[in-house]
Design a protein around this ligand. Structure first.
Ligand SMILES: *Cc1c(COP(=O)(O)O)cnc(C)c1O
Length: 368
């Protein structure tokens, strides 16, 4: 029986507990498991390797992306680190140019040290990908919509090019979530998430995951997950499992609120440029005095991260993308006046009224 998304979001990987009938997957707060005889366990022997609450989450995440295998990590960066750990010195990666700052940092400041090479291109142009691929290219790394400029990449077109060259495609699906975009169904080989964001959705824990249908790649990832050990604890797995149950409902309201905010910002005299891909709930805009705006918001919280029930905003140049070299930031178009909004689930009228007053203060500050 193949269930639909909203049913999977409640049930996948989470049968009622066999022993007690508990309808929610228990938090197995244990580091190790009794063995029946040396080397013979009930399927779990040590929590770094496999863990029942984590296993429920892993099966759950795989089902949401329409894939067979999921692996959960202690953060989105840990998931990204694991995928890159499958490479060797001399391997090459083609990646989206305006990438999450932390991904850019681990690529260029960490994996580059071990001889992995990277080329960053505007992946909205499939020809740019074709040109960047080398004989040593192993991965095409896509982030779409991109961060913070929200450029949309055609996943199927990129996968077709990558396949022709024997290159695997990885998609960071954090911004869209499987509610809005399912890259595996579009041919991608691996999906990564920062489950810290919409998937958990409540700004109360960190997490990451990888999802794939590829047996070989999964086994490789599973080996490195255990070897490296950046796994989430049982309580965090529980929180993320709980968050997912309302993912679809939350995304509906996040998106509806974002559309109202876009209608307000479009044409506003303090907004010189507006970035919105037409879906999702991240909206970026440029304004003359982002610092005055930041100082004057009352309801919106100035914070890193996104995808929370609470509306957050950030100044990418000094926050999420401060880890990117200034000249790179400029060249990809992340200006100093850019503000990125993560639209939450409050009443959109309150969110808009707060934006309105913060932008007016900005105008007065500019006039002085
Ligand atoms: C936040 C984020 C990450 C990193 O995830 P953490 O959970 O913070 O480690 C990776 N990719 C994208 C697109 C993100 O927004």
């Amino acid at each position: 029986m193949s269930y639909r998304f909203d049913t999977l979001a409640i049930h996948a990987g989470q049968p009622n507990d066999e022993r007690t009938g508990a309808v929610t997957v228990p938090v197995y707060q244990t580091s190790t498991f009794q063995q029946l005889e040396p080397g013979v366990s009930r399927g779990f022997d040590y929590s770094r390797t496999a863990h029942p609450t984590r296993q429920a989450l892993e099966q759950h995440l795989a089902a949401l992306e329409g894939a067979r295998y999921g692996l959960a990590f202690s953060s989105g960066m840990a998931a990204i680190h694991c995928v890159l750990s499958t490479l060797r010195s001399g391997d090459h990666v083609v990646a989206t140019q305006d990438l999450y700052g932390g991904a850019w940092r681990i690529f260029t400041k960490y994996f580059a040290k071990f001889g992995v090479e990277f080329t960053f291109v505007d992946t909205t142009d499939p020809f740019a990908i074709e040109k960047a691929i080398q004989p040593t290219t192993q991965l095409l790394w896509l982030e779409t919509p991109s961060n913070p400029l929200l450029k949309v990449t055609d996943i199927s077109a990129c996968v077709a090019i990558a396949r022709r060259h024997g290159v695997r495609t990885v998609v960071d699906n954090t911004f869209a979530t499987p509610v809005l975009q399912r890259p595996i169904e579009l041919g991608a080989d691996v999906v990564v998430h920062s489950t810290t964001k919409y998937i958990n959705g409540h700004s109360d824990c960190l997490g990451g995951c990888t999802v794939t249908n590829d047996d070989l790649f999964y086994n490789n990832l599973k080996f490195f997950q255990n070897a490296i050990g950046a796994v989430p604890g049982p309580q965090d797995c529980f929180l993320i499992l709980r968050g997912i149950k309302t993912l679809s409902l939350r995304m509906e309201k996040h998106c509806a609120n974002a559309r109202k905010i876009v209608d307000f910002l479009r044409g506003h005299e303090q907004v010189s440029r507006l970035y919105y891909p037409g879906f999702g709930a991240i909206v970026s805009f440029e304004t003359d005095d982002p610092l005055a705006f930041a100082a004057n918001t009352k309801l919106w919280t100035l914070a890193e991260s996104l995808g929370s029930v609470k509306s957050l905003f950030c100044h990418p140049a000094t926050m999420t993308h401060a880890s990117m070299d200034a000249d790179v930031r400029k060249s990809v178009g992340i200006g100093d006046g850019l503000i990125r909004l993560s639209v939450g689930l409050e009443d959109a009228r309150d969110l808009i009224e707060d934006l309105e007053q913060a932008l007016v203060v900005g105008r007065i500050a500019c006039a002085r």
